[in-house]
Design a protein around this ligand. Structure first.
Ligand SMILES: [Zn+2]
Length: 153
């Protein structure tokens, strides 16, 4: 078999697949998105064994595998852990570039929350800066119901 494969010419067919789809956000993801949409609240879920607060929430602790059901509201304010700027367009980006992304450690959470950064000159971005969520007026049950995080003060 290996000999026959070696005799074959490599042949590659370029292609593009667009696959529109919908999927269930899960119990934890559904409650998280509903709270964003209806109440402008960012909800986390706390591990009863580790006390780790996950945002976005998940149904199982990734450290100890405990079932997670203890919902806690976390702050809409946090600290920027890191950031990056995208200058190239991509179909997966929610807005036109250039775009600043950040990982925010929300007050009351233990995990990083990835989101867009806005209302800031990119050269003013600093690790450790305080930021706050800006919610859209019209919300649809999407992570983008938070428009972006802007610098505090
Ligand atoms: Zn745990």
């Amino acid at each position: 078999m290996a000999e026959k494969l070696e005799e074959l010419e490599s042949f590659v067919i370029p292609g593009k697949i667009d696959i529109p789809n919908t999927y269930f956000a899960g119990l934890a993801g559904s409650r998280f998105l509903i709270e964003l949409r209806d109440n402008r609240r960012i909800m986390g879920i706390k591990c009863p064994a580790c006390n780790w607060v996950y945002v976005p929430p998940r149904s199982t602790c990734k450290v100890c595998f405990s079932k997670l059901e203890d919902w806690v509201e976390v702050s809409d304010k946090g600290t920027l852990l890191t950031c990056a700027i995208a200058y190239q367009p991509s179909p997966v980006q929610p807005v036109e570039p250039p775009i600043a992304y950040g990982i925010v450690h929300l007050d009351g959470a233990d995990s990083g929350f990835v989101h867009l950064l806005g209302e800031v000159d990119f050269d003013q971005l600093r690790i450790g800066m305080r930021v706050q969520a800006v919610f859209k007026e019209e919300r649809a049950g999407s992570i983008l119901d938070i428009k972006y995080f802007k610098p505090l003060g």
